[in-house]
Ligand binder design. Sequence first.
Ligand code: MN
Length: 243
Amino acid sequence: MTYYFSVFSIFLALSWTHFAQPFVLPKLPYAYADYAPYIDAQTMEIHLTKHHQAYVNNLNKSIEGTAHESRGIEEILLSVTSSQNDFLRNNAGGHYNHSLFWEILAPKTRQGVICDELLKEINTAFGNMDSLKKELNKAAMSRFGSGWAWLMVTPKMNLAVVSTANQDNPIMPVVENPGIPILGIDVWEHAYYLNYQNRRADYLKAVWDLIDWKVVGEKYQLARANRALLDRLVSRQKRKKKS
Ligand code: MN
C-alpha cells in the first residue's frame, strides 16, 4: 500500500513538474546557414537566440507565480484582453509567433509538397497560389512599423489573410479578425535588416523560397481539427457583435 502510494506521489510530482515547466526556446530543424541566401545565417542565429530567447525569458517571468504557469500558450493568448498586460501580450505573442515561423521555414531541398486539401482551398479562396502570395505580401508591406502577416483558418473554417501589429496574433481577443494562424511572416526589421536593410519588399520576395508548404498543409489540417479553439474564437466574435 505504502509502495503504491509513494509511486503515485512520485508520478504526481513528476507530472506536475512537467506541467509547470516554463516555456523553452525551440530548436531549429536546420542549421542557420541552410536558410541562406534567402535569410542569412547571422540573422537566423540572432533572431532565434537573442530575440526569440528574450520573448521566452520574459514570458516565463510574466507568468511566474500566476495561474498561467499551468496553461498552454494558446490559453495564455486567449487571455490577452487589454493593454493592462502588454508585457504578457508581447512576450506570449512573441513566443507563439516565432515558434510557428521556424516550423514553416525550410531550405528548398528539404521542403515537402502541399496537401490537396489546402491547395484546393487556396484556389477557391484566392484564385491561385500566386494571388495568395500577392495578398500576403500586400498585408506585409502595408503593415506600418513592426508586425506580422498571416494566413489563417477562420472560425467558419475559411482561409483569410490578415496583418497584426507588434507581436499580436489572431488568437488574441484584442485582434479584430480571429483565426488560427497556419503561416506567418515576420516583418519586424530584425527579421531582415542585416541582409536587406530597409528593403522589406526584397525580403518578402525571398522568403517565399523558404516556405515549406507541406508543414503549412499540416498546420491547416490541425487548425481545422481544433474545434475547441475555433469555437472559442466564434464566441468571441458573437460577443463583439452584441456589444
Ligand atoms: Mn522576429
